[in-house]
Design a binder for this molecule. Structure first.
Ligand code: AMP
Length: 111
């Protein structure tokens, strides 16, 4: 995806404060943090959002779900954290490359 900002981060074409990466995904600090620690976890592969996942992405999404708690622990979020994924315009998605927000480091309001 040539015009996808998160693909450009994956390719190293635009800078990001990357805190974790492996062969399938990476995590970097959100440029406009909504919590003391606000990370975005994205697949290297361009997937638009949850609606775009295929059966063949089962291992990828499983890997991401298992990796999010590891990243949170590495960031010192021992008291808990929130994960959010906005799905589609109606869900508040602004960047159309699947990402999971990790929010923590302070008291979050109840949903
Ligand atoms: P969403 O509304 O779920 O699509 O969230 C997109 C998030 O990406 C927002 O929280 C933005 O602040 C964040 N964001 C957009 N561009 C960048 C960037 N270049 N580096 C880090 N975070 C970004």
């Amino acid at each position: 995806m040539t015009d996808c900002i998160f693909c450009k981060i994956v390719q190293g074409e635009i800078p990001a404060d990357v805190v974790y990466e492996d062969e399938h995904c990476l995590a970097f600090r959100d440029i406009q943090p909504k919590a003391p620690i606000h990370l975005l976890v994205i697949p290297r592969k361009h997937v638009v959002n949850l609606d775009d996942l295929k059966d063949s992405d089962r291992d990828l999404i499983s890997h991401m779900m298992l990796t999010i708690p590891r990243i949170a622990r590495q960031q010192g979020l021992t008291e808990g954290y929130r994960t959010v994924t906005n799905n589609g315009k109606g869900g508040g998605q602004e960047v159309f490359h699947l990402h999971f927000h990790i929010l923590g480091g302070g008291k979050l309001h109840a949903l």
